[in-house]
Design a protein around this ligand. Structure first.
Ligand code: BGC
Length: 756
């Protein structure tokens, strides 16, 4: 068996070697024919405008530049007809006929929009996440694209940062598993298939740690913290074979990521062995001028020498590299290296075999927004929701009686898709009002009232309406809206209030310093609560919000994030018990903004607080507990689960042994349900300070009422490892506490001693 395996591995290695040699020969031959200008042209990634533009600058004279060989790739254009026309220019009218690569921000679905990534992560369902990326790849390639600017794997502990919506929350272990699942989903086994996309992991690196949660802000972090908590998901994507990586806007150790040689060459290429393409973020090369690193020529040379291959939109490479070469500021080898990687990428995508591989006019009508894709989106959305509170088992609702459906998000197509749905059609989105009707028909009487504006603050409304109306101020006065809601509530048995953020209140350039539900909606909610009727809050949000008041005062809270195209159907499925919620939050919900950063894998400190009450001279606050409102991994179900004590197969393992830790989980309620069983590890004594606990495993199981299942995890020294002061990834013998439970704050534990 072993021999057979070695034999197989040898065959694969020999084949890979032969393929690489073939690719190298092809690229070398092509580069032999290229002028310096043509080589530099390959490093230029443009956005023509007219399509989807995600930054403040667009490229000019694109057709002409393609003809001259000044363009390596394009993004922001969709549709096989349009893309064919542009590819024609490159393939038929440029001197060497080198095909272009076509990218886009396909982030949580292409046309069938899935929940925002923070919501997707709350499903803890890797199969489902992979499937969402697979469908995005099918739709994206059917639309002429070959390159997706996803997954975004930036760890964030700061919900003020709007882009926390685009990532998988605060944990590096879960973030890494999701990164792998997304790469598998987009790329399949091989991204040259014509219906698979090359993925692009971003934003390398540490973008989620922007100071103060303000987008594009500086990042300053110790190496040990990077290695332990922030870098693992990028590394996981690379190990899963991601084809490309995008640099981030921030600086790291006082050098912007886009020009940071330590990051792009020493770490990425030399330590991690990444062989794919490195692209800058939108005008990130040029932005190094504003960072204060010199003029366009200087920053472009810096980026190339650091290891950047492709310059997005800014044209710093296109316009200055020749001069830098003449002045000895870059070498021909630097340019050749970058050009080679762009050409290799095109080769791996199969574009030299067939430049039109991804351009198939027959596919789009058949494969985009199909009922089957929408069905998966609906299921995925339902599985991403997190039940935060459910007093008196108010949910699920019975499909009878009268429901007052209230709130500015209850019937708003414009806000269902969430941030970064650049190809999503708002009109395709199902609102909550429509979804409830679809699911329960006439068996329930629905009385709807808007009740409040999303916000009454005209400046905030203007700031979030840059891509079109998301937070419109109604022509009726706030009092009138409230009055209408009140009238409706009087006639109802239960209130369902759909409130929260507008979809563009999170995402890029959407940081907030106040994480409350906007005042106008809080006022509405207070009035609804005062009516004495049970109030179910369906929250829409791109980040953890500060909802302590809501938690204390409403009857039930269902966090729906931004659910995507099938929003209303999925919400109705969950409200009426067609699906029992199983999501768990992946970023802690703070009690107030002053607590930020509040996250589960924090350090002990030298003065840890025991319990929750304030103690003088301990690490705590005078005015708020240390704990978050809802901890990482938290989420309820319509049923209840009980956990047995933790059993370990061995108390005193040694060396490279593998042990098991297990619990029996029982469904003690009356609904069938799913539970995410979470495994954490505490290392009480080490040569460096460790987190109080780290997630090292999880399993999602489903149980019928009364059913029990044993869940067992293998644990080896690999799970005990951490980065020491010399940045070596090691484990140190001694005591370890293994914790298993329903969320990071509710676990059962067993202590073991692992000997050398
Ligand atoms: C964002 C990236 C995105 C790029 C291209 C930038 O502004 O930071 O995440 O991929 O634009 O649209």
């Amino acid at each position: 068996m072993k021999k057979l395996l070695i034999g197989l591995l040898l065959v694969v290695a020999t084949e890979t070697h032969a393929q690489d040699a073939k690719m190298n020969a092809f690229v070398s031959n092509l580069m032999g024919k290229m002028t310096l200008e043509e080589k530099i042209g390959q490093l230029n990634l443009v956005v023509p405008g007219g399509g989807t533009v995600t930054g403040s600058v667009v490229s000019q004279g694109v057709d002409d530049n393609i003809r001259k060989g000044n363009v390596g790739g394009l993004f922001g254009i969709t549709g096989p007809e349009k893309i064919r026309k542009i590819q024609d220019i490159a393939v038929k009218n440029s001197r060497l006929h080198i095909p272009l690569i076509f990218g886009l921000d396909i982030i949580h679905g292409h046309k069938t929009i899935f929940p925002i990534p923070l919501g997707l992560s709350a499903s803890w369902d890797m199969g489902l996440i992979e499937r969402s990326a697979r469908i995005a790849a099918l739709e994206g390639t059917a639309d002429g694209l070959s390159w997706a600017y996803s997954p975004m794997v930036d760890i964030s502990r700061d919900p003020r940062w709007g882009r926390i919506a685009e990532g998988s929350g605060e944990d590096p272990y879960l973030g890494s598993r999701i990164a792998e699942a997304m790469v598998r989903g987009y790329q399949g086994k091989d991204y040259s298939q014509g219906n698979t996309l090359m993925a692009c992991v971003k934003h390398f690196a540490l973008y989620g740690a922007a100071e103060g949660g303000r987008d594009y802000n500086s990042v300053d972090m110790s190496r040990i913290k990077m290695y332990q908590y922030y870098l693992p998901p990028y590394k996981a994507a690379i190990d899963a074979g991601v084809g490309s990586i995008m640099t981030s806007f921030n600086d790291i150790d006082a050098v912007p990521a886009t020009g940071n040689k330590w990051l792009l060459t020493d770490l990425l290429r030399k330590q991690w062995g990444f062989k794919g393409l490195v692209v800058s973020d939108y005008t990130a090369v040029n932005e190094m001028m504003a960072h204060g690193l010199g003029d366009l020529q200087a920053v472009s040379a810096l980026a190339l020498k650091a290891g950047l291959d492709m310059d997005m939109v800014g044209e710093g490479f296109l316009t200055t590299l020749k001069k830098s070469l003449q002045e000895g500021k870059v070498t021909l080898q630097d340019i050749n290296n970058a050009c080679r990687r762009v050409l290799e990428t095109k080769y791996k995508l199969g574009l030299f075999d067939d430049p039109y591989r991804y351009i198939r006019e027959d596919r789009s009508a058949k494969e985009i927004l199909t009922p089957a894709n929408r069905a998966v989106a609906r299921e995925t959305a339902a599985r991403s929701f997190v039940l935060l509170k459910n007093d008196r088992q108010t949910l699920p609702l019975a499909a009878k009686g009268t429901i007052a459906l209230i709130g500015p998000l209850a019937d708003s197509k414009n806000n269902m898709l969430g941030t970064w749905a650049v190809s999503g059609d708002l009109q395709q989105a199902v609102t909550v009002r429509e979804g409830i009707r679809n699911v329960v028909g006439d068996s329930v009487k629905i009385l709807y009232a808007k009740g409040a504006n999303l916000t009454d603050d005209t400046t905030l409304a203007k700031n979030v309406n840059v891509f079109g109306p998301r937070a419109e101020i109604d022509s009726r006065s706030p009092d009138q809206l409230l009055h209408e809601a009140f009238n409706v509530v009087q006639k109802a048995d239960v209130v369902v209030a759909v409130l929260g953020e507008a979809s563009e209140m999170s995402g890029e350039s959407a940081s907030r310093s106040n994480l409350d539900i906007p005042e106008s909606q809080r006022t509405l909610l207070k009035a609804l609560v005062k009516s004495g009727k049970p109030v179910v809050l369906v929250l829409m949000n791109g980040r953890p919000m500060t909802i302590s008041w809501e938690d204390a005062n409403v009857t039930a809270i269902l966090d729906a994030w931004f659910p995507g195209t099938e929003a209303g159907n999925a919400i109705a499925d969950v409200l009426f018990g067609r699906y029992n919620p199983s999501g768990k939050i992946t970023a802690s919900f703070p009690r107030n903004v002053g607590q930020i950063p509040v996250f589960y894998n924090h350090k002990h400190t030298g003065r840890p607080l025991e319990g929750t009450a304030f103690q003088k001279f301990k690490s705590d606050y005078l005015d708020v507990p240390n704990t978050p409102l809802y901890p990482f991994g938290y989420g309820l179900s319509y049923t209840t689960f009980s956990y047995s004590d933790v059993k370990v197969s061995k108390q005193n393992p040694a060396g490279n042994e593998t042990i098991t830790a297990s619990v029996t989980v029982t469904n003690t309620g009356k609904y069938a349900g799913e539970e995410v069983v979470q495994l954490y590890l505490t290392d009480p004594v080490a040569s460096v300070t460790r987190s109080v606990q780290d997630l090292i495993g999880f399993r999602k199981i489903s149980l019928q009422p009364g059913e029990s299942k044993e869940v067992s995890f293998n644990i080896s020294t690999q799970d005990l490892k951490f980065y020491n002061s010399d940045l070596q990834y090691v484990w140190e013998p001694g005591e370890f506490i293994i914790r298993i439970g329903t969320n990071s704050a509710e676990t059962k534990s067993a202590t073991i001693t692992w000997r050398k």
